[in-house]
Design a protein around this ligand. Structure first.
Ligand code: GAL
Length: 815
């Protein structure tokens, strides 16, 4: 009994010591003060910031402000767009005030018990040129706004006093080709650990061999210690399944030195394989002990999957051939700007997945950790890209200024932070970098590729080449494992024959432009479109000079097995780069998106969905309200994965159309080109292989706008102050038909335990602030984003617009 009591006491003491020693992670989201200008002495401990704005981080200082076309108008030569001379570009970075200096300050939650601890600050990203100060002392800096970084701040901390963190950021003018956002736009954490711990990004888990029966797991763990050299350091790595069951455990011991590396091997029997359909994750918990006392616990998520690229046959995930159906995405979240939001990112990925997307290219920079977490858990593969510029810049104050001093650190940070994510299958060292045409291109590519390979020997490296002939000539394409072509479907076959060892893919494709719900006549292919209303046609046939329609790329992807896939430019519209209206127009966001800035689907969504997903798709365009085209031609297109369909206009058959390979358009679309408009209805009936009616869709000519209809993506959200409900607003007539040209001005009012976060209608030229509580619908639709606060209860969203019948929606929130 006595022995037992002693044993129990010992256990309790060890537990207490362990709890005392273990890692503490505090997200620094609240209690920040912010000032959007240069302030002298703002880093000082005793500086008074009482009158500064109170903000929550992640924070984007520009997104809730007013648009102003003067903010980013600039004379610039965009060589990639074919400019021979500088032109006046407008809206290039979203016409929002991202430029300038921003200061953030807050008190750090440090307590007496942290006296013996090692204390770190971890930033997922801050835009940009971050300088970090603690109690007036300069701690360190990080110029590239997309890089994650961490500092050991132990020596600056004063236990028993108020410890002040101050962050200075600066966005220089002409530093980006798109909306970068501004501020501490990703999460910041304060981490306290004991003196012996897993190093920052200190684990690397690989799966060298996977069979149905067994997965061999290699776990590399770096441990740092401030403790005396010579103590016994033990590392136990335990692996848990997604159900929480322990499936493996490995123990290793070493004598301590300041930097320790453990290489452990484990096995998982009957492993669950990470795939697009079954994105299962394992969790490795690293437990560090010094003289049998637990000093750190660190969790790493990983997956068991294999990848393989073949120059003739394409890409294999878990030995199964998969064509990459990818989209490029910028990091902004439309009306929410660049401030990280888990739910907004998840919604983007849900919409992409619904379309049949299986891969994301994080163009042209490392993404938020949240995006990768979401891709891991949803079964989306990722091509993670590091840079848009190397030494030769595209912007007067772009990354090129930092490249020489920072590229090595930035690219290794990207790989080290993210190499455990099963979703990541490719690292990209650059997009359309200008060194394709210069003599030192290959050298820089080799330097960057080497860093990636050293930090992660398991994944191939790529780069996106727009000037592919130069890149080949200069040897850049020999420096990468996978050769990415931007907009070159017409050359795949020839290049494959000439360079049979290249593993080729469309790193950036299509760049078709369209505005949701706009149709231009005649419906024909248009290169470099320009209309006086600054919109482009949703017949999906328009594109800038370097680009193509989706069908052009589909054809190449289908005909050439050796091309392992494509990444369409872009999944969602994004802020900035309003091609083709980027010279002296009111446009401030892109037209490239398959989905608009609000997250509403354009027609193109269904074209890709019909090609990429197994969901039955039957989508008819355009709308049927053409009072100004009475008796004139209005072509009707149908995007479907049924083999054939029949069109009826006001009950009269216009014939059955079947997909055929006579040209690239009839191969992927059903088109009735000679239809004459009369109000009424169009109906498309799809038939299956046996000529049986499989589905139908009818579009009626809508009457006058009558009512506002609200549909939330979720009517129950978390009461965590962060969760969002995306409410789609539609204007309908008395019979419930969508009014496809409605542009009513609507007013929004939110009551209860939440707030109106943003409004967006997807119209690239609308200058109403996203933070306004009124906005016009665009072609019958818009989206209101409602955010919870920290209390459970109801949020009521009320929408009114002149004589329209009002509507009210209740969203409930739960803790
Ligand atoms: C590409 C570029 C992208 C975007 C796109 C628009 O050349 O890589 O960032 O600018 O063109 O089509």
């Amino acid at each position: 009994m006595k022995n037992f009591m002693t044993y129990l006491l010992l256990i309790l003491i060890l537990q207490a010591l362990s709890a005392e020693n273990s890692r503490k992670v505090i997200i620094l989201d609240k209690n920040w003060r912010f000032k959007n200008c240069e302030v002298q002495n703002a880093e000082k401990q005793d500086f008074i910031d009482r009158d500064w704005e109170k903000v929550i981080v992640p924070h984007d200082w520009a997104i809730r402000r007013n648009f102003d076309m003067n903010l980013d108008s600039q004379m610039v030569q965009v060589k990639e767009d074919g400019d021979k001379v500088p032109r006046l570009r407008t809206g290039r970075t979203g016409a929002l005030p991202i430029f300038g200096i921003g200061w953030y300050r807050r008190v750090l939650p440090i307590s007496e018990s942290d006296k013996t601890k090692q204390i770190f600050l971890e930033f997922d990203g801050a835009m940009s040129f971050a300088q970090i100060f603690i109690n007036g002392n300069f701690v360190g800096e990080q110029p590239y706004g997309y890089s994650s970084f961490s500092f050991d701040i132990t020596k600056y901390i004063q236990i028993g006093k108020e410890n002040i963190l101050a962050v200075r950021l600066e966005n220089k003018p002409e530093s980006s080709r798109w909306y970068s956002g501004a501020g501490i736009y990703r999460n910041v954490r304060l981490i306290t650990t004991s003196k012996t711990r897993v190093a920052h990004w200190g684990t690397f888990i690989t799966t060298p061999k996977i069979t149905i029966k067994k997965a061999e797991i290699s776990i590399r763990t770096e441990i740092e210690t401030e403790q005396l050299v010579g103590e016994k350091v033990k590392l136990i790595t335990e692996i848990f399944s997604n159900k929480g069951k322990k499936v493996a455990s490995v123990t290793s011991t070493q004598k301590s030195s300041t930097q320790l590396r453990f290489d452990q091997q484990a096995q998982i029997l009957n492993p669950m394989i990470w795939s697009i359909e079954t994105p299962v994750l394992y969790k490795a918990i690293s437990k560090v002990y010094v003289n049998n006392i637990l000093t750190d616990e660190y969790t790493t998520n990983f997956g068991c999957r294999t990848i393989r690229f073949d120059k003739d046959k394409g890409f294999y995930l878990n030995d199964k051939k998969v064509k990459i159906q990818g989209v490029c995405m910028h990091h902004d979240l439309g009306p929410l700007g660049s401030a990280v939001s888990y739910r907004a990112t998840e919604r983007q990925m849900e919409i992409m997945k619904e379309m049949g997307v299986n891969a994301i290219r994080t163009s042209h920079n490392p993404p938020s950790p949240e995006l990768l977490q979401i891709c891991d858990s949803m079964g989306l593969m990722v091509l993670e890209e590091a840079f848009d510029e190397w030494k030769s810049g595209k912007n007067a104050n772009g990354y090129a200024l930092s490249f020489n001093n920072w590229a090595e650190k930035d690219i290794s940070s990207m790989v080290k932070r993210d190499r455990n994510h099963p979703s990541i299958i490719i690292w990209s060292i650059g997009n359309e970098i200008r060194e394709q045409g210069s003599a030192d291109g290959k050298e820089t590519a080799t330097f960057l590729a080497k860093i990636c390979h050293e930090n992660d020997p398991t994944r191939p490296i790529t780069a996106g080449f727009n000037d592919h002939n130069q890149a080949i000539k200069n040897g850049l394409s020999d420096a990468v494992d996978l050769v990415g072509f931007n907009y070159k479907p017409f050359d795949y076959k020839k290049k494959h024959a000439q360079y049979p060892n290249y593993i080729l893919f469309g790193s950036e494709t299509a760049s078709t432009v369209s505005s949701r719900g706009e149709y231009k006549f005649p419906a024909k292919e248009v290169k470099s479109p320009w209309y006086n209303d600054y919109q482009v046609s949703s017949y999906d046939l328009e594109y800038p000079s370097w680009a193509q329609t989706p069908d052009t790329e589909f054809e190449a992807q289908d005909d050439y097995d050796f091309i392992f896939g494509e990444f369409v430019w872009t999944g969602f519209d994004y802020l900035g780069e309003p091609t083709p209206y980027n010279e002296g127009t009111p446009a401030r966001s892109s037209y490239f998106g398959i989905v608009d800035l609000a997250g509403l689907k354009k027609d193109r969504f269904y074209l890709y969905q019909s090609k990429w997903s197994s969901t039955p798709v039957l989508h008819v365009l355009p709308h049927w309200n053409w009072p100004d085209r009475l008796g004139q031609n209005v072509p009707i297109f149908c995007y479907t994965n049924y083999p054939k369909a029949e069109l009826f206009v006001n009950g009269k058959s216009m014939g059955v159309k079947q997909k055929d390979k006579s040209n690239k358009y009839t191969r992927y679309r059903l088109m009735w080109k000679d239809v004459i408009y009369q109000p009424g209805e169009i109906k498309v009936v799809a038939y299956d292989e046996n000529n049986k009616v499989a589905a139908e869709q009818t579009i009626k000519t809508a009457g006058e706008p009558y009512k506002v209809v609200l549909k939330a993506d979720r009517t129950k959200i978390k009461a965590d102050g962060k969760d969002l409900s995306f409410v789609t607003i539609e204007i309908v007539d008395k019979n419930g038909n969508l009014c496809p040209r409605a542009d009513n001005l609507l007013f929004f009012n939110v009551l209860g335990v939440g707030r109106l976060k943003a409004l967006c209608n997807g119209n690239a030229i609308d200058q109403t602030s996203f933070a306004s509580n009124y906005m016009r619908v665009y072609n019958g639709k818009m989206v209101a984003i409602v955010e919870s606060d920290n209390q459970s209860g109801d949020i009521k969203l009320m929408v009114s617009g002149g004589k329209l019948k009002d509507n009210l929606l209740t969203i409930s929130t739960e803790q």
